[in-house]
Design a protein around this ligand. Sequence first.
Ligand code: DGI
Ligand code: FE
Ligand code: FE
Ligand code: FE
Length: 187
Amino acid sequence: MEKNEAINIVRPYLTKARMEHTIRVAETAVGLASKYGESVEKAELAAIFHDYAKYRSLDEMARWIRESTLPKDLLDYHHELWHGPVGSLLIEREHGITDTDIKNAIYYHTTGRANMSQFEMIIYLADYIEPGRKFPGLDEVRQMAERDLLQACFLVSKNTINYLMKKNATIYPDSFHAYNDFNRKLR
Ligand code: DGI
Ligand code: FE
Ligand code: FE
Ligand code: FE
């Protein structure tokens, strides 16, 4: 699928601000893919679709989780965690995108997971460091993204878990699995 076709597919499903975020994630992902030797075209497509399901109703997302092979434990956690897995399902069902790299990158872009591929890490990181974001500690992650993909992703997962714990939020197991896996690989 071509870039502009993808943009035209996702636009009606997103707000203006979310579309702008999406374009910045795509530009960031293109830079990272070219730097780390992944397919630039696929990274751009994965980024364009990464928040595709973000504004589906909670009812619709819950129904897709119940009626597909997606893990049912997602329903026990915050609904913010649903749009990646549901988006990964919907891009195939609604637009015939079957590419496993793209589907997995979208699926895991919020939580990460153990043993992420370099391609998945690029989308996970691009979503966090795109130039419109303002998180504490972001300068350090942006600098690290230039030097060491694994170390940068470790910082993303550490910062995200810290932020969630400060809010007393529950944390999905894949978020911890990502943190532990990055941590071990850096020893
Ligand atoms: O969709 P975006 O806003 O671009 O970003 P995202 O999909 O990476 O994250 C959406 C939200 O999910 C963000 O506020 C952080 C939160 N999040 C990430 N991991 C977890 C989580 N929330 C909970 N409750 N548990 C998690 O493990
Ligand atoms: Fe997202
Ligand atoms: Fe993210
Ligand atoms: Fe996003």
